[in-house]
Design a protein. Structure first.
Length: 455
């Protein structure tokens, strides 16, 4: 069931983001009165199509094709066939460089705009997150050498306020891209606010997905509490076994469960394992044999049961932060967050090219599908956040100056301005072959990384 959810979530996510991207091209082309012949979602021969605009004399076709890894907007273009008499002004290749550039640029920009709007909804609706309180600090770790201790609360990293562990990780990666020194502002257990510095060696090793916090010695600190269930996620192994809210887990695979963290640790390390689960409900004992699911978390396969803990009364006050903004502030917050993630993505890409960041950060469709499935099962806010992040990546990827991508077309236009004439058909063909080769290499690396994480 987890695999089915991952595949369906991936198809939905890719469908939404491709539609957003191609709509940007479509909308801008129509604004400039360029004739759109087909708006296709997916590649290959269409299995469904419908014509619009015939009454107005401006017909175009919406099509669905079977390969859901992209899409395209086909416009009237003299390079692809003869232009009917009198239609020259509506052909893409007859437009000025500025208009062609805006039509090409509209796709990636629409992805970025979608990310801002999606994140504005996320920040406006709100979501709970864990305050960055340190757990046990391993002796000799970077955190220990920076005089951080269990119970300290991280307030800021390199001058950026850090309200949760996600923000801490984002700021740490951003800091590592630019300096060997990380500045951490924190509140000690006694209440005093202090600043410490971490001097990092071999920064590249810290950019491997899932290694950052562990290698620095920054471990989230959460107190032990009973394994009482607050919520059971639908279509999860726990739901299939009959676990209900209010149940208390007693043992798993013969191991007595003393607290929820012990249960979570066991589940995380036993993905796809067949286990005997025993729980208590109003004095009655239940047991079932079930197979744990699997999720992808920070590039690692972890087990999945599909339950959320019932937290102690004082837990939320100390450990949980509710992120929720007013509508206007949510929009501003979303814009700044999109800019930060975009700059960090470009910086990470640059450091991968020069060998200072791990190539394992390149993900393919398998890992994206796993993330899609995991966030979809966690709720629509998590799934919308996932869509926003992937939309940013898709927009930036398409802006890379690689022929056959949008950025490659923009590169052609820059060359056209400098030469004062378009590139020859042969030069464009050679560029396309180079672009295809580069994309094949990138996709091969992405698939390799995906399979390496699976096995």
């Amino acid at each position: 069931m987890t695999v089915v959810i991952a595949i369906l979530s991936f198809v939905v996510a890719i469908g939404i983001l491709i539609t957003v991207h191609e709509f940007g091209h479509f909308w801008m082309a129509r604004r400039f009165h360029v004739r759109v012949l087909r708006f296709s979602l997916g590649f290959g021969p269409p299995f469904w199509h419908r014509r619009f605009g015939t009454v107005r004399g401006d017909p175009w076709e919406l099509a669905l094709a079977p390969i859901p890894l992209g899409g395209y907007v086909k416009m009237l273009d003299g390079r692809e066939g003869p232009i009917p008499a009198g239609e020259e002004t509506h052909a893409f290749d007859h437009q000025s460089i500025s208009k062609r550039s805006l039509i090409v640029l509209a796709g990636p920009l629409t992805n970025l705009i979608f990310a801002v709007l999606a994140l504005a909804v996320v920040f406006g609706v709100g979501f709970p997150t864990v305050r960055p309180i340190l757990g046990r600090v391993p002796p000799g770790s970077y955190a220990a050498r920076a005089h951080l201790h269990s119970g300290d609360v991280i307030l800021a990293v390199n001058g950026h306020a850090s309200a949760n562990w996600g923000a801490v990780a984002l700021d740490l990666v951003g800091g590592l891209m630019h300096s060997h020194v990380i500045r951490i502002r924190y509140q000690s257990r006694k209440g005093s606010v202090r600043t410490s510095f971490m001097h990092i060696q071999n920064r590249r090793s810290f950019t491997v997905p899932g290694h950052l916090l562990k290698r620095l010695g920054l471990k989230p600190g959460i107190p032990a509490f009973p394994a009482v269930i607050r919520k059971v996620l639908p279509n999860s192994p726990a739901a299939s076994a009959g676990v209900e809210p209010g149940d208390r887990i007693l043992s798993i695979a013969g191991l007595k469960v003393s607290d929820f963290h012990q249960l979570a640790r066991y589940i995380a390390h036993h993905a796809n394992a067949r286990v005997q689960l025993v729980w208590q409900r109003q004095g009655r004992i239940f047991d079932r044999l079930l197979i744990l699911g699997v999720h992808q978390v920070q590039g690692h396969r972890v087990g999945f049961l599909g339950v959320e803990a019932a937290l102690p009364k004082n837990f939320e006050k100390r450990f949980v932060v509710q992120i929720r903004d007013s509508p206007l502030h949510a929009l501003v917050h979303a814009f700044h967050y999109t800019v930060r993630v975009s700059l960090l993505t470009l910086s990470l890409l640059y450091h991968m090219l020069i060998g200072q960041a791990s190539l394992r950060n390149i993900s393919g469709p398998i890992r994206i599908a796993q993330y899609a499935g995991a966030t979809a099962q966690s709720g629509w806010i998590s799934f919308l956040s996932f869509l926003a992040i992937v939309s940013i990546s898709l927009g930036l990827f398409n802006l890379l100056p690689i022929p056959i991508l949008d950025g490659g077309h923009l590169l052609y236009y820059v060359i056209e301005v400098l030469r004062r004439k378009p590139l020859s058909a042969r030069a464009e063909w050679i560029g396309q072959q180079i672009g295809i080769s580069l994309l094949v290499l990138v996709m091969g690396l992405a698939f390799y990384n995906d399979l390496a994480h699976l096995f």
